[in-house]
Design a protein around this ligand. Structure first.
Ligand code: ZN
Length: 161
């Protein structure tokens, strides 16, 4: 338990984000996807289409296509590397944790389960950018809800088919 002040967007973190922006992981069309979600962040012009192949409670594969700022695209790229091959519950937990971190929760910012995604913690100081960083995770949560749609989870009011 140290009380070292939170760093600014350090150069290491900035490099990680730029690296994912320049060389996005899991980008492109997914063969045999079972769920697809399209999300936009009008305030910045970011767009993401996320496709998941869900079998049982596992995310067997996922891919995205999108355009927009470095933060939005790097965040979704990094997210895919963490949730790929994992369980739906873990993906939801990760999205919740990441959202908490982006809203300034210092405990979430120290959570190692976020892995490289902690690179985005400095972005939480820029409210306009928080939506960019969350776009991919909003899409992920929506996709998981839809994947569970047949399992009795309440439908999202107003969600487009
Ligand atoms: Zn953006």
């Amino acid at each position: 338990m140290s009380s070292i002040p939170e760093p600014q967007l350090s150069s290491l973190y900035q490099e990680l984000i730029l690296e994912h922006y320049k060389r996005p992981r899991n980008r492109g069309e997914l063969e045999g996807g079972t769920v697809e979600v399209h999300m936009r962040n009008p305030s910045c012009g970011d767009e993401i289409r996320l496709q998941l192949r869900v079998e049982g409670d596992a995310i067997m594969d996922l891919r995205f296509v999108g355009e927009g700022c470095a933060i939005s695209q790097a965040s979704v790229s990094m997210m895919t590397t963490v949730v790929k091959g994992g369980r739906l519950d873990d993906a939801m937990g990760l999205a919740k944790r990441f959202t908490e971190m982006m809203r300034g929760d210092p405990e979430a910012a120290r959570d190692r389960s976020l892995k490289d995604l902690r690179a985005f913690q400095g972005v939480s100081k820029f409210p306009v950018r928080v939506k960019c960083a969350l776009l991919g995770f909003d899409a992920l949560q929506e996709a998981v809800k839809r994947a569970r749609g047949t399992e009795g989870s309440p439908a999202v009011p107003g969600a487009t088919p």
